[in-house]
Design a protein around this ligand. Sequence first.
Ligand SMILES: Cc1cc2nc3c(=O)[nH]c(=O)nc-3n(C[C@H](O)[C@H](O)[C@H](O)COP(=O)(O)OP(=O)(O)OC[C@H]3O[C@@H](n4cnc5c(N)ncnc54)[C@H](O)[C@@H]3O)c2cc1C
Length: 359
Amino acid sequence: MIGACIAYFLARRGIDVIVIERTEVAAAASSKAGGFLALDWCAGTPLDELARRSFQLHAALPDEIAGDWGYQRMTAYSGFVVGDRDARRHTPAKLAWLASGIVIADRLGTPATTAIVHPRKFTSAIMSAAQKHGAELRAGQVTGIVWSADRLTVRGVEVGGALLEADTVVIAMGPWSLMAAAWLDLPAVFGQRSPSLVYDTGTDVKADALFLEYQEESGAIVSVEVFPRGDGSTHITAFSNEAPLPLEPAAVTPDPSEIDRLQAICGRLSPVFRSERITARQACFRPVTQDGLPLIGKVPQSEGAYVATGHSVWGILNAPATGEALAELIAEGVSPTLDLMPFDPGRLRPLHPPPLRSD
Ligand SMILES: Cc1cc2nc3c(=O)[nH]c(=O)nc-3n(C[C@H](O)[C@H](O)[C@H](O)COP(=O)(O)OP(=O)(O)OC[C@H]3O[C@@H](n4cnc5c(N)ncnc54)[C@H](O)[C@@H]3O)c2cc1C
């Protein structure tokens, strides 16, 4: 999603863009995420301006580019699931489709401040829009950066053992950006895995996002996120851990025991979440950095190398404003719409000492 958005905003300016994708468009988290968007949930953090601008862009894009990715405004609630011995166990929930004994405690967002997209459909639509503006999409795996004789200026990237010339290179490989830390001075990017289930719920589930606390038999309190989407699917996720990242994005699979755990929780939430309505049992890795903020900007000790990754839990929300701001930075040398200083890749130590660079 991050790479596709950057390609779109660059191509719209008439800049020649080639997107190299190793697996397929939206192969990883950008397909398997919930797609939830919030205007002001990053208030008081360095992400606030990025999130607000991105929320605006998400609202504007359906009128600018072709396709239907289910953008819709929604209400968001928090609540909790009461235990089996709790007196409220058989009290009907405020939302009729939920099972009894689910307490809706607070309204966290209204249609003015919260919304949702189908992330795979959005990523495909924005990539197609970039292509309509002249961007090229090529299948291939980037295996390195090729430098000019001054060892500082980018000449291009290595794809399939050959040089693909470019005067500017943007690393937007999600958690696999870690591999690029061997090619240039990049801080570490880690992958945090979460399982998710997608149900075909049709019109049985009202379009409200839910953030629910659930106490498992072990006593562990789990936060569960329920995201009904415009196409009649409902995405449910919980837990996150630091499982090893497979080298191949297509090889990311969920841990079967986590899927069983999640399915048991979903069964308690509503009779709608029956196993025969499951359309996907999946997992994905969020890209995270050491300080939890994304890396967006020019890579230190280089001419022509940029990075955009580490968006963690807000990559779908923050992709459009990342694309817009990075395109401005590349084209104009500054980003007038957004202060990118908090995301400067130079704020964190590079993972490796400066690599040996070859022509
Ligand atoms: C369960 C879950 C739920 C989430 N829900 C939300 C949500 O509701 N709202 C929200 O805002 N965010 C959400 N997120 C976060 C969001 O999904 C991510 O931040 C975002 O998708 C990251 O996008 P990306 O483009 O950086 O990385 P990715 O989607 O991982 O894409 C990286 C791409 O790079 C390609 N690639 C890798 N290596 C190479 C190479 N060497 N050469 C060529 N191509 C390569 C891969 O094939 C892949 O297509 C969620 C994440 C998870 C895991």
